[in-house]
Design a protein around this ligand. Structure first.
Ligand code: DGY
Length: 321
């Protein structure tokens, strides 16, 4: 019997491809850049399954171009690039990669937080630029991390993993979410729920971990930045459009807030004009889950989503709806 046909839209870890090839007839866009839209629409025409990335838009146009499509698996935990209700209406399974990237993403959030607060990137440029002329009591002063207040927006798996690490820095942890965490989780993590405005006013570090949807788009805008302490730092390793990036550039340039650590951007891969010249922003190219181990796990999980849907014909444990 002919194997189901699957399209993979990007270069992926070897283990992911090996698993797919065991079960499927695979067409692979084996490049380190996003598949061109026209190529995607053409290639998906005769496919039963699609292994996509957050850089591919899975919308009505794509679904119309894919009459045989039965399963979409995204190599990401976020699925804001997929029109899930439209997939559901067509009976198409959608799966993602939850859980396996939680700890790596939380680690990286802390890397951004520490780099922003302690000016690690500026220090590196200073050294390489030959500017270090000896120890100086007032050189490149940052802000303390230990003992401060961390405000976490979005208290799901990743938000909670970030909170867990705050214990090591003796921090007070506030969180905001549309749903309260279980009292046991609050207790274990030493975290207290706070309304968003209170969190913004009280936190020395605000870290964003919510999903992107219509209710969280520009959740943090100019008004929100004005509520923050002038000495506060903003960290975002979730999704760019949750912040109003133009307003953020203004807040950074005017030192309305002290700094930011960003891994994601409103119009990724582009950044808002002016952001790159903000010396008080640490900018990373969407790296939070980028470890060898985690990307391997994500790849195998993404491939398993297609195996579940197309071979086992079972509801995947990673189904998003
Ligand atoms: C995701 O998985 O949604 C991240 O943004 C990339 O790891």
């Amino acid at each position: 019997m002919a194997k189901p046909r699957v399209l993979v839209t990007r270069r992926v870890p070897r283990e992911c491809l090996e698993l797919l090839k065991k079960h499927f007839d695979v067409e692979h866009y084996d490049r380190g850049t996003a598949i061109p839209r026209r190529r995607l629409l053409k290639s998906v025409r005769d496919k039963d399954g699609l292994l996509c990335l957050l850089t591919d838009r899975i919308d009505a146009e794509l679904l119309a171009a894919a009459p045989r499509l039965k399963a979409v698996s995204t190599f990401s935990v976020g699925y804001d690039h997929i029109d899930v209700p439209a997939c559901k209406a067509r009976g198409i399974n959608v799966t993602n990669t939850p859980g396996v990237l939680t700890e790596s993403t939380a680690d990286f959030t802390w890397a951004l937080l520490m780099a922003a607060a302690r000016r690690v990137v500026e220090g590196d440029a200073f050294m390489r630029g030959g500017k270090f002329k000896g120890w100086d009591p007032l050189m490149l002063l940052g802000g303390d991390v230990h003992g401060k207040t961390l405000g976490i927006i979005g208290f799901g798996r990743i938000g909670q993993a970030v909170a867990k690490r705050a214990g090591g820095f003796s921090m007070r942890v506030l969180y905001y979410d549309t749903r309260r965490a279980a009292p046991e989780a609050e207790k274990a993590l030493g975290a207290r729920f706070a309304p968003l405005k209170e969190l913004l006013r009280e936190s020395d570090f605000v870290s964003v971990h919510t999903v992107l949807d219509e209710s969280t788009r520009h959740l943090l805008d100019g008004k929100a930045f004005r509520l923050m302490k002038r000495s506060a730092y903003l960290i975002n390793a979730a999704r760019g459009p949750i912040l109003d990036e133009k307003a953020l550039v203004r807040a950074l340039k005017s030192e309305r807030i002290r700094g930011a650590g960003l891994d994601v951007y409103e119009r990724e891969p582009r950044t808002m004009p002016g952001l790159a010249s903000c010396r008080n922003a640490v900018l990373a190219p969407h790296l939070a889950s980028a470890t060898v181990e985690t990307r391997r796990r994500m790849g195998v999980m993404a491939a398993s989503g297609l195996v579940d849907a197309l071979i086992c014909k079972a509801r995947s444990p990673y189904a998003v709806s």
